[in-house]
Write a protein that binds this ligand. Structure first.
Ligand SMILES: [Fe+2]
Ligand SMILES: [Fe+2]
Length: 170
């Protein structure tokens, strides 16, 4: 089983461009799940999904990292502003996240699109097509359960280990 350090290094390497993007940095300023924020949540989900992926030798870890790091970017600046209803937020933010991932990465694969666009299943009815998309569905809900209880010090330590120069709200 990979160590926490190995998983975080993997994320830093594969997700380099995303972690350095303006949109990812901006995500630290938008609260999410009460005591967390969009980008911390994306980091938590990426780590949890990679741990689950350790159970599947064939899992595409690079696609999982790229998609998990971007999966909620659609929320940034849009929640309660453009998305005026809860239902609209649930259905639209995965699609807008995929568009923002394309903006950062130039293009995304069909699997990455599947992971991002279907991560809200079963709250949306379009089901995941790949094992990686199933993994994000599980990791996303798991993180949403514990993030209301996260503390700022753990967030600061995570940024330090990930070498992300940001003063996040958490
Ligand atoms: Fe989401
Ligand atoms: Fe999420």
């Amino acid at each position: 089983m990979r160590s926490k350090e190995d998983i975080e290094k993997e994320i830093r390497t594969v997700g380099k461009d995303i972690l350095a993007s303006d949109m990812f940095i901006r995500g630290f300023s938008q609260s999410h799940h009460f005591r967390s924020n969009v980008s911390d949540h994306e980091l938590h989900v990426t780590k949890a999904a990679l741990r689950l992926a350790g159970l599947f030798a064939s899992a595409d870890r690079e696609a999982l990292i790229r998609a998990c790091l971007c999966h909620d970017m659609g929320l940034i600046g849009n929640r309660k502003v453009v998305y005026t209803t809860g239902r609209m937020c649930i259905t639209q933010h995965p699609l807008d996240s995929a568009t923002r991932a394309e903006d950062i990465l130039g293009s995304i694969s069909e699997k990455e699109r599947d992971i991002i666009e279907h991560h809200m299943f079963p709250l949306i009815l379009k089901r995941p097509d790949s094992i990686e998309a199933v993994l994000i569905c599980i990791a996303d809900k798991y993180c949403a359960l514990y993030e209301p209880f996260t503390v700022r010090s753990s967030s600061v330590k995570l940024h330090s280990r990930m070498r992300i120069p940001v003063h996040a709200m958490a």
